[in-house]
Design a protein around this ligand. Structure first.
Ligand code: HSE
Length: 302
């Protein structure tokens, strides 16, 4: 069975971890990439925007790798495809650019090739390609997602965030590869640190869903990854402190960094400027951007 001859998928950026929720919590943000796939006599890759100078132009491109895995999951092989990607999510900054590519590839292939994969299978395939679910889940489903992995499968619950919260990101001008940021983490952690985080991860979800945003400041504190990653992001701790001082409800490293995400109910410009200044004092150039939360996940737009 075949579907349409071309398809475009719009996929949101994401911020994962939310401090304490390492590898399990994620939020979709209103900044989107577009992934267009078309059946073609031979494969080609065109990239516009972020990564236009650096992303591969062959079958190793993340979108095509993910599309291939989606086809294989349906017992088919991937035909030659023309890929056109319009990227607005900066690469390797902790804002889910690779998840956006993977989710775009999986959903795009499913639609274009009529694979009839369930949402659950698409999430499993995307997670397998990415390696962890906390960015792919909000990219696919939107809103707030809570995940856990059971063997090769992902259990996920999507939740709506209460009205009134927005995200301000301070994006440093350098990249941190997630695999590098994972290598600096310890093999084992202290029991007290595990309890510190799991209680706060639960509280983070409760605060976001109920609108008790005053809980977020404490809830988003973390002892399992940020302290070990601070040396990779000069100014991270100072930017988090500066955001809180400038009125943010909470702030944390976005995914594996280097971006810091602050959550605000107003005063986003001041919070962004405070983070950028704190980064600058630590010798890191960064730019701020306010990104509303996105209730909507990836969507086939044409
Ligand atoms: N949770 C991951 C990490 C990043 O912090 O390494 C996003 O998948």
């Amino acid at each position: 069975m075949t579907g349409p001859r071309s398809v475009t998928v719009r996929v949101p950026a994401t911020t994962a971890n939310l401090g304490a929720g390492y590898d399990c919590l994620g939020l979709a943000l209103a900044l989107h990439n577009e992934v267009a796939l078309a059946l073609a006599p031979e494969s080609s890759v065109e990239v516009e925007g972020e990564g236009a100078d650096s992303l591969p132009r062959d079958g190793t491109h993340m979108v095509l790798r993910a599309a291939r895995r989606a086809a294989e999951a349906a017992g088919e092989s991937l035909p030659p495809l023309a890929l056109r990607q319009v990227n607005r999510i900066p690469l390797a900054r902790g804002l889910g650019s690779s998840s956006a590519a993977i989710v775009g590839g999986v959903i795009g292939a499913n639609e274009l090739l009529g694979l009839a994969l369930s949402e659950r299978t698409m999430l499993d395939v995307a997670t397998e390609v990415e390696g962890h679910p906390d960015n792919v889940a909000p990219a696919m489903l939107g809103g707030l997602t809570v995940c856990c992995t059971v063997g090769d499968e992902v259990l996920v619950q999507r939740l709506a965030v209460a009205e009134g919260l927005s995200c301000v990101v301070a994006i440093p001008d350098f990249e941190v590869a997630t695999h590098r940021a994972r290598r600096v983490l310890p093999e084992t952690v202290d029991h007290a640190d595990a309890v510190f985080n799991l209680s706060r991860a639960g509280l983070t979800v409760a605060a976001l869903v109920s609108g008790s945003f005053d809980l977020l400041r404490e809830a988003m504190r973390d002892r399992l990854h940020q302290p070990y990653r601070a040396h990779l992001v000069p100014g991270m701790e100072e930017a988090i402190e500066a955001a809180l001082k400038a009125g943010a409800r909470s702030a944390a490293l976005s995914g594996s960094g280097p971006t810091v995400a602050a959550f605000v109910t107003g005063g986003g410009e001041e919070v962004g400027a405070a983070m950028v200044n704190a980064f600058r004092r630590a010798g890191t150039a960064a730019r701020a951007q306010e990104l509303p939360l996105s209730a909507e996940g990836a969507r086939v737009v044409s």
